[in-house]
Design a protein around this ligand. Structure first.
Ligand SMILES: [Zn+2]
Length: 278
Protein backbone atom coordinates (compact mmCIF):
# COMPACT_ATOMS: atom_id res chain seq x y z
CA UNK A 1 0.00 0.00 0.00
CA UNK A 2 2.98 2.29 -0.23
CA UNK A 3 1.58 4.04 -3.27
CA UNK A 4 -1.78 4.61 -1.68
CA UNK A 5 -0.19 5.91 1.46
CA UNK A 6 1.83 8.30 -0.57
CA UNK A 7 -1.23 9.51 -2.39
CA UNK A 8 -3.24 9.71 0.80
CA UNK A 9 -1.01 12.49 1.99
CA UNK A 10 -3.34 14.75 0.09
CA UNK A 11 -6.10 12.55 -1.16
CA UNK A 12 -8.33 10.50 1.02
CA UNK A 13 -10.05 7.79 -0.89
CA UNK A 14 -13.28 6.74 0.62
CA UNK A 15 -14.98 3.75 -0.85
CA UNK A 16 -18.64 4.09 -0.09
CA UNK A 17 -19.99 0.87 -1.43
CA UNK A 18 -20.20 1.21 -5.15
CA UNK A 19 -19.90 4.95 -4.96
CA UNK A 20 -16.30 5.93 -4.75
CA UNK A 21 -15.43 9.41 -3.72
CA UNK A 22 -12.09 11.06 -3.95
CA UNK A 23 -11.80 13.82 -1.44
CA UNK A 24 -8.99 16.25 -1.82
CA UNK A 25 -7.85 17.99 1.30
CA UNK A 26 -6.46 21.37 0.55
CA UNK A 27 -3.83 22.97 2.65
CA UNK A 28 -6.13 25.25 4.58
CA UNK A 29 -8.40 22.40 5.51
CA UNK A 30 -10.89 23.19 2.79
CA UNK A 31 -12.50 20.06 1.45
CA UNK A 32 -13.17 19.51 -2.19
CA UNK A 33 -15.09 16.41 -3.10
CA UNK A 34 -15.25 14.75 -6.46
CA UNK A 35 -17.93 12.13 -6.70
CA UNK A 36 -17.75 9.50 -9.35
CA UNK A 37 -21.37 8.47 -9.15
CA UNK A 38 -22.16 9.87 -12.54
CA UNK A 39 -19.80 7.37 -14.07
CA UNK A 40 -20.52 4.26 -12.07
CA UNK A 41 -21.18 1.16 -14.08
CA UNK A 42 -24.72 -0.14 -14.08
CA UNK A 43 -24.68 -3.34 -12.15
CA UNK A 44 -27.71 -4.99 -13.62
CA UNK A 45 -26.94 -4.20 -17.23
CA UNK A 46 -26.00 -7.69 -18.20
CA UNK A 47 -26.46 -10.08 -15.34
CA UNK A 48 -27.50 -13.52 -16.31
CA UNK A 49 -27.78 -12.91 -19.98
CA UNK A 50 -26.78 -15.86 -22.06
CA UNK A 51 -24.70 -14.35 -24.80
CA UNK A 52 -22.29 -17.18 -25.38
CA UNK A 53 -24.52 -19.63 -27.10
CA UNK A 54 -21.60 -21.49 -28.62
CA UNK A 55 -20.44 -22.54 -25.20
CA UNK A 56 -23.76 -22.55 -23.38
CA UNK A 57 -22.42 -20.59 -20.46
CA UNK A 58 -24.12 -17.68 -18.83
CA UNK A 59 -22.40 -14.45 -19.48
CA UNK A 60 -22.79 -11.50 -17.25
CA UNK A 61 -20.89 -8.65 -15.82
CA UNK A 62 -20.38 -7.41 -12.35
CA UNK A 63 -19.08 -4.00 -11.71
CA UNK A 64 -16.65 -2.65 -9.23
CA UNK A 65 -14.89 0.63 -9.09
CA UNK A 66 -11.38 1.31 -8.08
CA UNK A 67 -10.11 4.77 -7.61
CA UNK A 68 -6.96 6.06 -9.15
CA UNK A 69 -5.72 9.31 -7.81
CA UNK A 70 -2.81 11.27 -9.03
CA UNK A 71 -1.00 13.69 -6.80
CA UNK A 72 -0.56 16.43 -9.30
CA UNK A 73 -0.09 19.40 -7.02
CA UNK A 74 3.40 20.65 -6.34
CA UNK A 75 2.56 22.14 -2.97
CA UNK A 76 0.11 21.28 -0.26
CA UNK A 77 -1.86 24.43 -0.97
CA UNK A 78 -2.30 23.83 -4.67
CA UNK A 79 -5.64 22.51 -5.79
CA UNK A 80 -5.41 19.14 -7.48
CA UNK A 81 -5.68 19.52 -11.21
CA UNK A 82 -6.63 15.97 -11.95
CA UNK A 83 -8.25 13.06 -10.20
CA UNK A 84 -8.35 10.19 -12.64
CA UNK A 85 -10.10 6.97 -11.90
CA UNK A 86 -9.62 3.43 -12.90
CA UNK A 87 -12.94 1.65 -13.21
CA UNK A 88 -13.25 -1.99 -14.05
CA UNK A 89 -15.84 -4.51 -15.04
CA UNK A 90 -15.67 -8.26 -14.71
CA UNK A 91 -17.04 -10.16 -17.68
CA UNK A 92 -18.13 -13.55 -16.39
CA UNK A 93 -17.91 -16.20 -19.03
CA UNK A 94 -18.85 -19.29 -17.10
CA UNK A 95 -15.63 -20.85 -15.87
CA UNK A 96 -13.40 -17.99 -16.96
CA UNK A 97 -13.50 -14.20 -16.73
CA UNK A 98 -12.29 -11.33 -18.85
CA UNK A 99 -11.98 -7.75 -17.61
CA UNK A 100 -12.73 -4.35 -19.05
CA UNK A 101 -10.73 -1.49 -17.57
CA UNK A 102 -11.60 2.17 -18.09
CA UNK A 103 -9.33 5.09 -17.47
CA UNK A 104 -10.98 8.32 -18.52
CA UNK A 105 -12.38 7.63 -21.96
CA UNK A 106 -9.82 4.95 -22.77
CA UNK A 107 -10.42 1.25 -22.45
CA UNK A 108 -8.22 -1.79 -22.02
CA UNK A 109 -9.59 -5.29 -22.24
CA UNK A 110 -7.67 -7.93 -20.31
CA UNK A 111 -8.20 -11.39 -21.78
CA UNK A 112 -10.93 -12.27 -24.23
CA UNK A 113 -12.44 -15.52 -22.99
CA UNK A 114 -13.32 -18.47 -25.16
CA UNK A 115 -14.48 -18.17 -28.73
CA UNK A 116 -17.80 -16.32 -28.92
CA UNK A 117 -17.24 -14.06 -25.90
CA UNK A 118 -17.34 -10.73 -27.76
CA UNK A 119 -21.06 -10.04 -27.05
CA UNK A 120 -20.47 -10.44 -23.32
CA UNK A 121 -17.38 -8.23 -23.48
CA UNK A 122 -19.48 -5.65 -25.30
CA UNK A 123 -21.87 -5.66 -22.36
CA UNK A 124 -18.90 -4.92 -20.13
CA UNK A 125 -17.98 -1.98 -22.36
CA UNK A 126 -21.54 -0.69 -22.30
CA UNK A 127 -21.69 -0.94 -18.53
CA UNK A 128 -18.72 1.44 -18.44
CA UNK A 129 -20.32 3.76 -20.98
CA UNK A 130 -17.82 2.74 -23.65
CA UNK A 131 -17.88 1.32 -27.14
CA UNK A 132 -15.49 -0.83 -29.13
CA UNK A 133 -13.90 2.27 -30.67
CA UNK A 134 -12.75 3.32 -27.18
CA UNK A 135 -10.65 0.18 -26.84
CA UNK A 136 -6.97 1.06 -27.16
CA UNK A 137 -5.36 -2.02 -25.73
CA UNK A 138 -6.17 -5.71 -25.52
CA UNK A 139 -3.87 -7.31 -22.98
CA UNK A 140 -3.59 -11.09 -22.91
CA UNK A 141 -2.29 -12.60 -19.69
CA UNK A 142 -1.32 -15.78 -21.54
CA UNK A 143 -1.87 -17.89 -24.59
CA UNK A 144 -4.45 -20.41 -23.37
CA UNK A 145 -7.57 -20.71 -25.48
CA UNK A 146 -9.95 -19.63 -22.72
CA UNK A 147 -8.10 -16.30 -22.58
CA UNK A 148 -7.35 -15.63 -26.26
CA UNK A 149 -10.34 -17.42 -27.80
CA UNK A 150 -12.16 -14.24 -28.88
CA UNK A 151 -9.07 -12.21 -29.74
CA UNK A 152 -9.77 -12.15 -33.47
CA UNK A 153 -13.36 -11.04 -33.00
CA UNK A 154 -12.42 -8.44 -30.39
CA UNK A 155 -9.75 -6.96 -32.66
CA UNK A 156 -12.13 -6.96 -35.63
CA UNK A 157 -14.56 -4.91 -33.53
CA UNK A 158 -11.89 -2.59 -32.06
CA UNK A 159 -10.41 -0.42 -34.81
CA UNK A 160 -8.09 1.44 -32.43
CA UNK A 161 -6.76 -1.46 -30.40
CA UNK A 162 -3.32 -3.00 -30.17
CA UNK A 163 -3.01 -6.52 -28.74
CA UNK A 164 -0.30 -7.33 -26.23
CA UNK A 165 1.00 -10.43 -24.45
CA UNK A 166 4.10 -11.51 -22.57
CA UNK A 167 6.96 -11.99 -25.02
CA UNK A 168 7.25 -15.76 -24.86
CA UNK A 169 3.51 -16.18 -25.36
CA UNK A 170 2.99 -13.36 -27.87
CA UNK A 171 4.83 -15.18 -30.62
CA UNK A 172 2.68 -18.28 -30.09
CA UNK A 173 -0.66 -16.48 -30.35
CA UNK A 174 -2.03 -16.25 -33.85
CA UNK A 175 -2.63 -12.72 -35.04
CA UNK A 176 -0.86 -9.44 -34.60
CA UNK A 177 0.23 -9.46 -30.95
CA UNK A 178 2.93 -7.16 -29.59
CA UNK A 179 5.34 -8.35 -26.91
CA UNK A 180 5.49 -7.08 -23.33
CA UNK A 181 8.30 -7.69 -20.86
CA UNK A 182 8.44 -7.62 -17.09
CA UNK A 183 8.63 -4.02 -15.93
CA UNK A 184 6.90 -2.55 -18.97
CA UNK A 185 4.00 -0.18 -18.47
CA UNK A 186 0.84 -0.30 -20.54
CA UNK A 187 -2.37 1.68 -19.98
CA UNK A 188 -0.89 2.87 -16.70
CA UNK A 189 -0.51 -0.73 -15.59
CA UNK A 190 2.74 -2.31 -14.51
CA UNK A 191 3.54 -5.55 -16.28
CA UNK A 192 4.70 -8.28 -13.90
CA UNK A 193 6.25 -11.29 -15.56
CA UNK A 194 4.64 -14.32 -13.92
CA UNK A 195 5.85 -17.30 -15.95
CA UNK A 196 5.17 -20.89 -15.05
CA UNK A 197 1.54 -21.41 -15.92
CA UNK A 198 2.78 -20.58 -19.41
CA UNK A 199 6.29 -19.39 -20.36
CA UNK A 200 5.16 -15.85 -21.15
CA UNK A 201 2.41 -15.39 -18.57
CA UNK A 202 2.00 -11.82 -17.32
CA UNK A 203 -0.07 -10.15 -14.63
CA UNK A 204 -0.83 -6.42 -14.59
CA UNK A 205 -0.95 -4.12 -11.59
CA UNK A 206 -2.33 -0.65 -11.04
CA UNK A 207 -0.36 0.29 -7.91
CA UNK A 208 -2.37 3.45 -7.25
CA UNK A 209 -5.80 1.91 -7.60
CA UNK A 210 -4.48 -1.18 -5.81
CA UNK A 211 -5.77 -3.59 -8.44
CA UNK A 212 -3.95 -6.71 -9.63
CA UNK A 213 -5.25 -8.60 -12.65
CA UNK A 214 -3.57 -11.93 -12.07
CA UNK A 215 -4.66 -14.02 -15.03
CA UNK A 216 -3.96 -17.65 -14.20
CA UNK A 217 -0.80 -17.03 -12.17
CA UNK A 218 -3.06 -17.53 -9.17
CA UNK A 219 -6.69 -18.58 -8.82
CA UNK A 220 -9.48 -18.10 -6.32
CA UNK A 221 -11.67 -20.76 -4.82
CA UNK A 222 -13.91 -20.36 -1.81
CA UNK A 223 -12.33 -17.06 -0.84
CA UNK A 224 -8.84 -18.59 -0.84
CA UNK A 225 -6.04 -17.76 -3.23
CA UNK A 226 -4.54 -20.85 -4.84
CA UNK A 227 -1.55 -21.39 -7.08
CA UNK A 228 -2.13 -22.32 -10.70
CA UNK A 229 -3.52 -25.73 -11.46
CA UNK A 230 -0.52 -28.07 -12.00
CA UNK A 231 -2.47 -30.04 -14.60
CA UNK A 232 -2.56 -27.02 -16.89
CA UNK A 233 0.72 -25.40 -15.96
CA UNK A 234 3.97 -25.59 -17.80
CA UNK A 235 6.52 -25.32 -14.99
CA UNK A 236 5.39 -25.37 -11.36
CA UNK A 237 8.78 -24.31 -10.01
CA UNK A 238 8.53 -21.17 -12.10
CA UNK A 239 4.85 -20.79 -11.24
CA UNK A 240 5.58 -20.90 -7.50
CA UNK A 241 8.34 -18.34 -7.94
CA UNK A 242 5.82 -16.14 -9.71
CA UNK A 243 3.46 -16.39 -6.72
CA UNK A 244 6.34 -15.12 -4.59
CA UNK A 245 6.79 -12.18 -6.97
CA UNK A 246 3.12 -11.28 -6.69
CA UNK A 247 3.39 -11.52 -2.89
CA UNK A 248 6.05 -8.79 -2.94
CA UNK A 249 3.64 -6.22 -4.32
CA UNK A 250 0.86 -4.32 -2.57
CA UNK A 251 -2.75 -4.23 -3.75
CA UNK A 252 -6.13 -4.34 -2.16
CA UNK A 253 -8.05 -6.04 -4.94
CA UNK A 254 -7.04 -9.04 -7.01
CA UNK A 255 -9.02 -10.48 -9.89
CA UNK A 256 -8.48 -13.84 -11.55
CA UNK A 257 -9.00 -15.72 -14.73
CA UNK A 258 -10.71 -18.36 -12.66
CA UNK A 259 -12.54 -17.52 -9.45
CA UNK A 260 -14.21 -14.55 -7.87
CA UNK A 261 -12.46 -11.24 -7.21
CA UNK A 262 -10.97 -10.65 -3.78
CA UNK A 263 -11.78 -7.01 -3.15
CA UNK A 264 -10.01 -6.38 0.14
CA UNK A 265 -6.79 -7.73 1.57
CA UNK A 266 -5.69 -9.04 -1.83
CA UNK A 267 -1.94 -8.99 -1.34
CA UNK A 268 -2.29 -10.34 2.21
CA UNK A 269 -4.06 -13.38 0.78
CA UNK A 270 -1.31 -13.86 -1.81
CA UNK A 271 1.36 -13.55 0.89
CA UNK A 272 -0.45 -16.28 2.83
CA UNK A 273 -0.33 -18.53 -0.21
CA UNK A 274 3.32 -17.75 -0.87
CA UNK A 275 4.22 -18.75 2.69
CA UNK A 276 2.80 -22.20 2.07
CA UNK A 277 5.03 -22.57 -0.98
CA UNK A 278 8.32 -21.51 0.56
ZN1 LIG B 1 -4.50 -20.72 -18.38
Amino acid sequence: MAELQRVNRRLFLSDMGRRTMAIAVLGSGVLAACSSDGAIAVDDAATGTDTTSTTGTDAGTTSTDSTTSTDTGSTDTAAPTEVSQLRWERVELGFVSAYVLARGSEIAIVDTGVDGSAPAIQQGLEALGATWSDVNNVILTHLHGDHVGSLGQVLDLSPNATAWAGRADAEEISGDVEALDDGDEIFGLQVIGTPGHTPGHISVLDPVAGLLVAGDAINEEGGMVLGPNPRFSNDMTQANASVQRLAERAYETVVFGHGNPIETGGSDAVVALAQTLS
